[in-house]
Design a protein around this ligand. Structure first.
Ligand code: DUC
Ligand code: ZN
Ligand code: ZN
Length: 467
């Protein structure tokens, strides 16, 4: 036998090319790509299917502590299972530093939750909530050496917000160690001010989550984050960008020669502020930050995906059930400010981008692969191990049926959440087989493995980071 497995007869799509070929796989890696291959223990017929690098979702939250009495709906097992059914082979969850503790402790705790429980590969970003001298001077440089090469910082939330001095400190530590900084750009003080005003006016329903953090809140913070990065001279990633004004800030910065990367998410393409209207607490199902905007902002996000303003398209999967330990937390009935922020989406990210993007003619297949897989691997230091169909790469492969039409329904999904904000959305294009390092994980609606086979991926520095 020449190979363990051959995938035959499909159309291969990478971020730059589309061509008919067979793929040969040995010991979990791609060992041949040729017009025709034979001699394998197993052949998977991909006739009529697209053969893609497995999706990489570089922005998900799993088992993340989310405040008293609130439980995240997905642990590593359910979240990675859903991700696999959604055509992903790697996810990048966030590991949250507890204030007063070091980054190592946080990573040890997250590894204990993740290791052995993941259906696909994972790699962590670290959220720095307490940038002490030890974190900046010792933890960050040491962790980068150990393959934890990205950090997220927040400009809002009581428990997470860093002031400008602290943001500068983290960016400076990143500059000196080669870590790559991701920024949640919404302004804390303006949100608090607006929240108090809304509450005083009795506007406490989930719908007012949107008006408490309008576009100007995100635009201002985006501009400030970029300015701080410019002062330190360090590249950054602005995550979950939702609107035209923030995009314009990023474009202006790039025009000045700054290396500012950007991410957007499905909720900014197919949801709007009107979805938060709902009766009573129904709107809570759509509460995420930044909030969904209007149709002009959707258009701007599409333009950014088309023209390259956005490097990556992630789900920002952050699931809370529509129950008392989630979206319906009793305090949330009193004010939107207590409704946990975040929505599920790891399983639906790729079908939404494919259907709304490729099927509707906004982006081509290669851009789809770039935005959903390859650029995530490149940006976060995993390429070409991940995100590629190339000899030597991990055999992380998805077979995609470009013609399959499905309606997104909660009852068909595999996440731990009890609803999907994308309920009823019809999509054309669906993953029909997900393979992780040569092993079929999901086939159609069936889990093909008996034990979770995901592993932790240590990463190189991002090519964007200062080396
Ligand atoms: N930021 C995220 O990245 N995810 C969910 C909530 C948030 O504010
Ligand atoms: Zn965020
Ligand atoms: Zn997030």
């Amino acid at each position: 036998m020449n190979f363990d497995t051959i995938i035959s007869g499909g159309t291969l799509v990478t971020d730059t090319e589309t061509f008919a070929a067979d793929i040969g796989i040995t010991d979990g890696r791609i060992t041949a790509i040729a017009e025709t291959l034979d001699g394998a223990a197993q052949t998977i017929d991909a006739t009529g299917k697209l053969v893609l690098p497995g999706g990489i979702d570089s922005h998900v939250h799993l088992a993340q502590p989310s405040g008293p009495e609130v439980v995240m709906a997905d642990d590593f097992a359910s979240g990675t299972l859903a991700a696999a059914f959604g055509g992903n082979t790697t996810v990048m969850p966030f590991c949250l530093q507890e204030k007063g503790k070091g980054l190592r402790e946080a990573l040890t705790a997250y590894h204990a939750l993740a290791d052995g429980n993941c259906h696909i590969d994972v790699s962590f970003h670290v959220i720095v909530s307490d940038p002490s001298a030890g974190v900046l001077g010792q933890d960050i440089p040491a962790l980068v050496e150990d393959g934890y090469t990205s950090i997220k910082v927040f400009m809002t939330y009581d428990d997470l917000v860093l002031n400008d001095r602290e943001l500068l400190g983290v960016m400076d530590a990143a500059r000196h160690s080669g870590a790559f900084v991701m920024v949640h750009a919404e302004g804390y003080d303006t949100i608090r001010f607006l929240t108090e005003k809304l509450e005083q006016a009795g506007k406490t329903a989930p719908y007012y989550h949107g008006p408490s953090r309008p576009v100007a809140v995100e635009r201002e913070a985006t501009h400030r984050a970029i300015s701080l990065a410019e002062i330190v001279d360090v590249p950054i990633m602005i995550v979950h960008v939702s609107n035209r004004a923030a995009i314009e800030e990023i474009e202006r910065a790039r025009a000045r020669g700054l290396n500012i990367r950007a991410e957007t998410c499905p909720q900014y393409l197919v949801l709007t502020e009107d979805d938060m209207q709902g009766d009573a607490m129904e709107g809570a199902k759509f509460v995420c930050s930044p909030p969904p905007r209007g149709t002009d902002d959707q258009d701007a996000c599409w333009q950014g995906l088309i023209d390259g303003t956005f490097d990556v398209f992630s789900s920002d999967h952050c699931p809370f059930r529509y129950t008392e330990d989630g979206k319906l937390t009793p305090k949330g009935e009193k004010s939107f400010r207590y409704v946990p922020n975040g929505i599920p989406g790891v399983e639906t990210r790729l079908p939404i981008l494919f259907s709304e993007g490729v099927t509707k003619g906004r982006i081509d297949l290669n851009r789809f692969v770039a935005l959903s897989s390859t650029y995530h691997a490149k940006t976060y230091g995993m390429y070409p191990q991940k995100g590629a169909l190339a000899v030597g790469s991990d055999a992380d492969i998805v077979l995609w049926d470009a013609d399959m039409t499905r309606t997104i329904r909660q009852e068909d999904l595999h996440h731990g959440c009890d609803y999907t904000p994308f309920e009823g959305l019809e999509v054309t294009g669906w993953p029909v087989l997900t393979m992780l390092r040569g092993q079929v994980v999901t086939q159609g609606d069936t889990l093909a493995t008996t034990t979770p086979g995901g592993a932790y991926v240590a990463r190189a520095r991002s090519p964007d980071a200062v080396q």
